[in-house]
Design a protein around this ligand. Sequence first.
Ligand code: DAH
Length: 336
Amino acid sequence: MNLDELQAAAQKELSTLATMEQLEAFRIKYLGGKGLLKAASDHLKTLPNDQKRTHGGKLNTVKQAIQIGYEEAKTRLAGNPETVDTRVDITEPGRMAFVDYHSGSLHIVHQTIEALTDLFGQMGFSIAEGPEIEDEFHNFEALNVPPQHPARDPLDNFYIQRPPGATAYMLRSQTSSVQIRVLEKQKPPIRIVSPGRVYRPDTVDATHSFMFHQIEGLVVDEHITMIDLKTCIDQFAKAFFGADVETRFRPSFFPFTEPSAEFDVQFHYADGESRWVELGGCGMVDPNVLEMVHVDPEKYTGFAFGLGVERIAMRKHGIEDIRLLFENDVRFLQQF
Ligand code: DAH
């Protein structure tokens, strides 16, 4: 092929190029390291000196023409959306440095409630809920707390003002009220946990808040004994805090359980120290409570327990001041 033919062939091909792939094939064929122009220039070197000059000049002109034609074709194809590669490279790193939004997450108290209810769910409990504005019957009376009982002192509860003689309502002071709500509606066997807010007019400090969360447990069936209660608490503590924790029960008193106990969990710290930490109250459901909701205490027995959610969250995450949980400073919340 002489140089004129080469130029004509290139020109013809350039006019038919329709894609970037074809353009690249053209570049390799004519302009590439092993392309036709390289071959022509190799050939030039073999010519006698007198021919080199004329052929050399001609070769340069042809080369330039093809190069220019190539650049033009490239510009033409790049402006054509059909020839541009619009695929997204999903392996490209994102541009997070320029993006200033944060994805939200559940509050640590709610994460703890979910972890607790998940675990009790695996232990066969279902979830029950009750109202936060509660009447005295469900918060106290049916739980064997009579009217003159000190727990009902107006200074220790958030009563809601009502006309004299009208039903007294209050912000519930304990999730134990849900025990009654469930027993009124459901026949044994019962196996529920009930998480939720409770309210008490306590002075706020590092360990007290006027609002906090409890999770209540209730099991009522035939032949339920204290062994079931202790086993349940112990299994829960080991599953939640780790197989190496131990539990212990101390005699206590609650109006709605008999016998009653408080239970502690022993934590082992890295420095070799171990400490008992109180987790909640529990006991065998008092027969008076079952009678209040027309469940036969001769046939059925049960156990109940109540845990403080904040206390568990604080223990688990080493949080030393309960107020941090409710101030909702994003710098604190982001850590969980
Ligand atoms: N309601 C009790 C409290 O707020 C906690 C509690 C103790 C709940 C014993 C129970 C229980 O179900 O059996 O202090």
